[in-house]
Structures are given as C-alpha cells and as structure tokens.
Design a protein around this ligand. Structure first.
Ligand code: TA6
Length: 313
C-alpha cells in the first residue's frame, strides 16, 4: 500500500501527473519506473525505494553504476544507482534480524507531485509510516524525496516527525554508486586530512592525500566536504558530489572477494564502480523532534578534466 492509499497503475499515474518531460512506464519485473527526459539529460526512478537507477546528462555517458545482475524483485533492494538507506545505515543497531540499511529502499513510494520548469524536471515521492514501518521504527513520519534533473542531479530526502515522540538516532545514506572507467585509474579527492572509521579494521585513521583504490575500501569519513571529486582518468571526467544535511561520507568499493560474495553483483563489478555516499552515519545520526524536519541531500554534476591538476582545490 503506498501512502496515498492508492496502488497507481501506469495509466493512472500518467493521467494524474502529466508532464512533458516525464512519463511512468513498466520497469523490470513489473516495477513502476518514472522516465525523466529533458534538455539537460535523462534519469530513471523506480517507485520501489524511490530509487534513481540511471542519470545521464545530455550528450554524456551514464553517471550511475547499475549491476547487470540486480534482481529488480519487489521488496528486494536494487543493486546500484542511488539506494536510500533509512532510517538506519548498515546493520540495525539493536536487532540484527532487521534489514541492512533500513526499510525505505524496499518500500513502494507514492508519487506526490511532478514539476516541469525551465531549469529542471522534479519528481516528488512520499512514504508514510504504516504497519510495515512500525515493525522496525516506533514512530510516525512523513518522508518526502525530491529528484531534480537539471544541469545537475539533486536527490533530497526530507523527513518530518509527525508523531508525539522524538525519532531518535535516525541514520541515513544516499548510497550513490558511480560509474567509472577503471577503478585503478580513478581517485577520490576532497577528503584529505579527514578522520575516517575503517570498517574493515575497526580503526580510526586520518586520510593522507587523495584516495586511490587497490583493495576493498569501506570507510565512514567524519565530514562531508563540498565538493568531493571522483576523478576518472579513463572516461576523462570528474564527478562532483555535494552534500547537505550531512557530516559523514561513506566511500566503498567491495574489491574482488566481496564482489564474488554478492549474488547480485558481477565478480568484476568492482572495476567499474565506486560509492560515495552522503550519510548521517555513526555519530552523525540525527534525532528529529516532534514536528521537526531533517533534510539530507546529494547533488551530482559532471565536469571534464581540462585544467585539472591532481589535488588542486
Ligand atoms: O556503504 C557501504 C556498505 O555499508 C558496505 O559495507 C556494503 O555492505 C554496502 O554498504 C552494500 O550494502 P547492501 O546491503 O546494499 O549489500
């Protein structure tokens, strides 16, 4: 049941939300997908999980990585694109029977509005608490997700506490998978000198220099500098990531062994992707008081490498 009480058909969605740059279509395995296409670019968003699965600025290559082995099964997380990890990041802090990364990414979100303007096409999705969410989160909420396709892509999650008790220790990650030409020729810049938790060793470390990836990387940095740059020397581009409402950034590449262990992830998938995630993780989890709203957002834009010098701000 989606939050407006209606299971919308494709036809109903297209008649309820007419937009010249946006159409609802049948996606994989019967899941509904919203196709956005305007002068700036294209993006595809599945209603399950409010999941952006593709973003292509006009005339450019795909920005987001999608596993060719992602199942696109109802109720199962899609592997790639921008999963919404909410209302916790990682394993549930209190009950290991709960799904990793929360329940928002496997729920059907409702279409609330669409907006076509001269500078962007915006899709507004919503998720309300229900008997399913109350199995995992004792609280009332109204979650709204805005996907804006313009000269850049912005995804913004606004959560209002509609209950009478605080929503405590709410974690989140806009868990973006970025497509790169060759991970051994890509670098992440912008997190220099920032402390991170190395989830593999459990150690706290300070980042020295830019991030080069030559093994499994699973790190939670204790800041969200603006911008973080993913340098791709094969596609000769950089992906710039800016965050709002976040003071923690996750960088993840599963490398060889973990890639093999994931059933919806090709064994060599680690070579062509890296995740940079705008998060509220570890100490950056948030408490949302009754009536208050927390907003977290990630903005993604492409630039070429002309004039780029390694490490230059
Ligand atoms: O954000 C990195 C991470 O927490 C990794 O530890 C890895 O588990 C990844 O998320 C993917 O998680 P998922 O539940 O989507 O397989």
């Amino acid at each position: 049941m989606v939050d407006d009480g209606m299971e919308n058909s494709i036809e109903e969605l297209n008649s309820r939300f007419p937009g010249s740059s946006l159409r609802f279509v049948q996606g994989k395995n019967g899941l509904v997908c919203c196709r956005i296409s305007n002068a700036f670019g294209k993006a595809n968003v599945y209603l399950q999980g409010a999941h952006v699965v593709s973003y292509c600025p006009h005339g450019k290559d795909e920005v987001l990585w999608m596993s060719p082995e992602s199942m696109f099964e109802p109720g199962r997380a899609i592997r790639g694109g921008i999963p919404i990890c909410w209302p916790w990041f990682g394993p549930h802090p209190g009950d290991n029977r709960f799904p990793q990364h929360g329940f928002a990414r496997t729920c059907p979100w409702a279409v609330r509005a669409v907006l076509d303007t001269d500078h962007s096409t915006e899709l507004f999705l919503g998720l309300l608490d229900d008997e399913h969410s109350r199995r995992f989160l004792d609280g009332r909420f109204d979650a709204r997700y805005r996907v804006s396709v313009g000269s850049e892509l912005t995804v913004e999650l606004s959560v209002t506490n509609t209950g009478t008790d605080p929503l405590r220790s709410v974690g989140c990650a806009l868990h973006s998978y970025f497509a790169i030409g060759d991970v051994t020729k890509a670098y992440v810049e912008g997190l220099e000198d920032i402390e991170f938790l190395d989830k593999l060793s459990g150690q706290k470390v300070t980042q020295s220099g830019r991030i080069a990836i030559s093994d499994e990387v699973d790190r939670v940095y204790s800041a969200a500098p603006d911008p973080i740059r993913l340098i791709d020397n094969v596609k000769e581009r950089m992906i710039l990531v800016s965050s709002q409402g976040s003071q923690s950034t996750v960088v993840w590449n599963p490398w060889i062994e973990k890639s093999k262990r994931m059933t919806d992830f090709p064994d060599d998938g680690y070579q062509s992707m890296t995740c940079i995630e705008t998060a509220n993780a570890l100490k950056d989890v948030r408490t949302i008081q009754p009536g208050d709203t927390h907003v977290i957002a990630q903005t993604i834009r492409l630039a070429d490498l002309s004039g780029y010098e390694p490490g230059k701000k």
